[in-house]
Design a protein around this ligand. Sequence first.
Ligand code: FES
Length: 103
Amino acid sequence: INLQVELPDGSRVTLEAPTDMGLSVMEVLKANELEVPAICGGMAICATCHVEVLQSGELPELGDDEAYMLETLPHATATSRLSCQLRVTPALDGLVVRLMPEA
Ligand code: FES
């Protein structure tokens, strides 16, 4: 699938993400050398993989840990997600996310 990422300067890049490897969006971002610290390595406890979803198909429900972390973030928006908790599936095709500042 394709996903687009809006960078801090407002430009967008399109990334290709395989759906058959069980990757998270965070792992795809990192694999493309984008600036995502992801300090906790995908455990939903650091929030440094925070993204704002600008456009999407069907997203998985917010997990409890994810929702809790997002509540602690000053920059969180109504469509904020932790990219490590978003599994790359065919349903995510066309996803557009904006990289967000760390907590
Ligand atoms: Fe730490 Fe996502 S990588 S919360």
